[in-house]
Design a protein around this ligand. Structure first.
Ligand code: SF4
Length: 375
């Protein structure tokens, strides 16, 4: 018999083909899909509306092994970081970030990353492999299972955020990896998550982030323009961007911004620009002047992220002080740019933006770094 099929990676249409190849009627695909993606079962034994004989047959033919939860770290601000292990032993991380009225999950698309951004901890791992669609969606199901267990134990909502939602409201592909370097699997995962027979997670609540792989941006615009698009910009000149993000040598700012101006953005939607602030490198008055020109003509919102130091091998990368951050933000607001300074979340468990890297064993929660968070 052939190797068991990883059905968590199949879209509903693909599962329909799989089920029909087994000689089963089409409605079985919807039943099985709902068990896997709406109820999150991890064994055919739990599919109680299938006959025992069919459950036994499926158990032989399908692989439903979930990601193993190696560790959960809990931040004093309510953030949860899950260390997850794939079937081949590779480990990834996924982060739940609550606010008073949102619960966002930051998910990984690759084990490690090939793109080598200087400010990013994941870059130190290099690329190990792409995640399958099943491994991407299962990060959501393991997080849901964690929330169920925490609600039962009375630890959710977290004490720091008593009004935090009970269910995940938004997904962002901003964990380990460059989503556009694994775009087929990311798009399949978005399709699977969006099925109303499954998790019913509409594309509008999902954001895909990229450092600027232009062909991937174009493909996303053709295949699913309703997914939110976020661009990791981080510099206003090619010199600085080349130095921080080697991808810029392949797709420099003029090519990236031209692709974004062509992007078929739905009405009333904006492209989010992420901008890690590095003292003296990309937070100068000249940057504050160039940034509005770069964004001109693009419906945009800008998130400023004061750098979370995470690379001992990059000692020149420093976090600006709060006054410098606020001054930069104000200069942009005066130019009419919709600008937010993002609070760092989960700093005490290395779950903040750019800090996801495998540690073995995971570090225990530490006290938050003094003065590290800003608003
Ligand atoms: S910032 Fe993103 S693209 Fe750059 S190295 Fe890190 S994970 Fe890769």
């Amino acid at each position: 018999m052939s190797a068991p099929t990883d059905i968590r990676s199949l879209t509903l249409a693909q599962l329909g083909d799989f089920v029909s190849a087994l000689g089963l009627p089409a409605f079985r695909a919807r039943q099985i899909f709902a068990w896997v993606h709406a109820r999150g079962v991890t064994s055919t034994d739990e599919m109680t509306d299938l006959s025992k004989a069919l459950r036994a047959e499926l158990a032989e033919r399908i692989d439903l092994a979930p990601l193993a939860v190696d560790a959960v770290q809990r931040s004093s601000d309510g953030t949860r970081k899950l260390a997850l292990r794939c079937h081949d032993g590779q480990r990834i991380e996924s982060v739940l970030i609550p606010t008073a009225d949102r619960l966002t999950q930051c998910i990984s698309s690759q084990v490690g990353c090939a793109l080598g951004c200087r400010f990013c901890a994941t870059a130190t791992m290099g690329i190990r492999r792409n995640l399958t669609p099943g491994e991407i969606v299962d990060q959501v199901y393991r997080a849901r299972a964690l929330l169920d267990a925490e609600r039962e134990a009375g630890t959710w909502p977290p004490a720091a955020l008593p009004t935090a939602p009970h269910e995940i409201s938004n997904l962002v592909f901003m964990g380990m990896g460059e989503p556009m370097a694994n775009l087929d699997n990311v798009l399949a995962a978005v399709e699977i998550l969006g099925e109303d027979h499954g998790a019913n997670f509409s594309s509008r609540r999902i954001t895909v982030s990229t450092v600027g792989l232009v062909p991937g941006i174009e493909t996303l615009g053709q295949k699913n323009r309703h997914v939110g698009l976020a661009i990791s910009l981080h510099a206003t000149s090619d010199d600085v961007r080349d130095d921080l993000m080697p991808v810029n040598k392949r797709w420099p700012l003029d090519k990236l911004m031209a692709a974004l101006r062509r992007y078929p953005l739905p009405r009333r939607r904006r492209i989010t620009f992420e901008y890690v602030l590095l003292a003296g490198i990309n937070d100068t008055p000249a940057d504050a002047k160039r940034l509005p020109k770069l964004l001109d003509g693009i419906p945009a919102k800008l998130n400023l992220l004061p750098y979370n130091p995470c690379r001992a091998d990059q000692p020149d990368l420093l976090r600006p002080d709060d006054a410098a951050v606020e001054g930069f933000a104000e200069a942009l607001r005066r130019k009419g740019i919709n600008t937010t300074v993002r609070k760092s979340r989960g700093l005490d468990i290395d779950a903040a933006c750019g800090q996801l890297v495998l540690q073995n064993p995971p570090r225990a929660a530490r006290a938050p770094a003094q003065g590290a968070a800003s608003s």
